[in-house]
Design a protein around this ligand. Structure first.
Ligand SMILES: Cc1cc2nc3c(=O)[nH]c(=O)nc-3n(C[C@H](O)[C@H](O)[C@H](O)COP(=O)(O)OP(=O)(O)OC[C@H]3O[C@@H](n4cnc5c(N)ncnc54)[C@H](O)[C@@H]3O)c2cc1C
Length: 311
C-alpha cells in the first residue's frame, strides 16, 4: 500500500517535471519558487557558476574531486547552443584560474546535437581545446541519440586526449557499443541509465543489470582502461571495491562518482577508506526538472524535500 502510494507520487512527479504549464506557474509564483528552490539546493550547485564554485571549493577541501555541468538539453537554436558552449568554456577557465580539482560534464544536445551533429562536434571541439588538461565527459542521453553521441565521441577521441564518455549499462545495445568505446583511450563512465526506454531495449533494475554493470567495470579495470563507477548502489560499490583491490589500478584510472546530494554518506565512507571519489554538480536555472527527477527516481526523497522546504 505504502509502496503503491510512493510509486503514484513518483509517476505524478515525472508528469509534473515535463508539464510546461505547471513549471511556468511554479516559477512565476515567488512563494512556491522559494519553497521548491530550498528542496533543490540539496541536489544542485546553485543557479550560477559562482555559487557552484563555492560548493566545489568546499568539497575539494574535503578531498572530493568534482564534476561540473551547466544543466540543459535539447537546445533548439544555434544561438542557444553557442551560448551554452560559452558557459562551458567559462567553467573550464574558472577551473583553471581557481585551481579547482574538477572536470566538466555535458549533454551534446545542450551544445547543438538537437540541431545538427556538426554543430555539436564543432562546439565540443572548442570546449575540449580550451584546456587539454581538463577532462570533458559526454553524458548519455535517450537511446535515439546514442548512435550520434558515439560517432561524435569516436571522432573527438582521435584529436582530444581529455575526452571521456558515459555508457548506460541498462541498454542491450551497450554490449556492442562497449566494444567500440574501449578502442578509444578516454575514460568510460558507467551508469545504469536514467531515461524511459522500451522494455525490449533495456534491462530493468535488478541482479542482471548489476551483474552486467560489474562486468563492464571489471573489463575496464583489468585492461587498465580509465573508468568511472557512477552509481549510488551500495552493493555495486562494495563489489567494485573488491575489483579495485584485485586489479590495483593507479589513482587516475578509476573513480567512484555520485550525484551531489545523493547517498553522500556512502561516498564519504569510500573516500575515508582511501578510494578515489568524485561529486557531480549541476547548476543553472533549469533545476525544477532536475529536482523532480531526483525525487521521482527515489520517491522516499519526497519526505526529505518536505523537510528541506520548511527548514
Ligand atoms: C555521476 C553520474 C552521472 C550520470 N550520468 C548519466 C548520464 O549521462 N545518462 C544517464 O542516463 N544517466 C546518468 N546518471 C544516472 C544513472 O543512470 C542512474 O539513473 C542513477 O545513478 C540512479 O541509479 P543508481 O546507479 O544509483 O542505481 P539504482 O538502482 O537506481 O539505485 C540504487 C540505490 O541508490 C540509491 N539511490 C538511487 N537514486 C537515488 C536518489 N535519487 N536519491 C536517494 N538515493 C538514491 C538508493 O539507495 C537505491 O536503492 C548518472 C549518474 C551519476 C551518479
Amino acid at each position: 500500500m505504502q509502496k503503491d502510494l510512493l510509486l503514484l507520487g513518483s509517476e505524478a512527479l515525472k508528469k509534473a517535471a515535463i508539464n510546461e504549464n505547471a513549471k511556468e506557474y511554479l516559477m512565476a509564483n515567488p512563494l512556491l519558487f522559494n519553497v521548491l528552490k530550498k528542496a533543490a539546493d540539496r541536489y544542485i550547485g546553485g543557479e550560477t557558476l559562482n555559487e557552484t564554485i563555492t560548493k566545489v571549493l568546499k568539497e575539494n577541501e574535503k578531498q572530493f574531486k568534482c564534476s561540473i555541468e551547466f544543466m540543459g538539453e535539447n537546445t533548439s537554436t544555434i544561438e542557444e547552443a553557442n551560448k551554452a558552449t560559452n558557459e562551458f568554456l567559462k567553467i573550464i577557465q574558472e577551473i583553471h584560474l581557481r585551481s579547482l580539482n574538477a572536470t566538466v560534464s555535458l549533454d551534446l544536445s545542450h551544445i547543438g546535437l538537437a540541431i545538427s551533429k556538426d554543430l555539436a562536434y564543432e562546439n565540443l571541439s572548442k570546449i575540449c581545446n580550451e584546456n587539454p588538461n581538463i577532462e570533458v565527459t559526454i553524458s548519455a542521453e535517450g537511446i535515439n541519440r546514442t548512435d550520434n553521441i558515439i560517432d561524435i565521441y569516436k571522432k573527438g577521441s582521435k584529436l582530444f586526449d581529455n575526452l571521456s564518455i558515459t555508457m548506460q549499462a541498462y541498454l542491450h545495445r551497450s554490449k556492442d557499443d562497449f566494444k567500440e568505446l574501449v578502442k578509444e583511450t578516454g575514460r568510460i563512465r558507467i551508469v545504469k541509465g536514467a531515461f524511459e526506454t522500451p522494455k525490449k531495449l533495456s534491462i530493468p533494475r535488478g541482479e542482471e543489470l548489476n551483474n552486467i554493470y560489474l562486468y563492464y567495470i571489471e573489463h575496464l579495470l583489468s585492461n587498465n582502461h580509465k573508468c568511472s563507477i557512477a552509481t549510488h548502489d551500495y552493493i555495486i560499490q562494495q563489489e567494485a571495491k573488491k575489483l579495485i583491490n584485485l586489479y590495483n589500478p593507479t589513482n587516475e584510472m578509476y573513480e567512484f562518482e555520485s550525484l551531489y546530494g545523493i547517498q553522500t554518506q556512502q561516498l564519504i565512507n569510500l573516500k575515508n577508506e582511501g578510494y578515489n571519489t568524485k561529486l557531480y554538480f549541476v547548476y543553472g536555472k533549469e533545476w525544477y526538472l532536475y529536482l523532480c527527477n531526483r525525487i521521482a527516481e527515489y520517491p522516499m526523497n519526497i519526505f526529505r524535500a518536505l523537510s528541506d522546504m520548511v527548514d
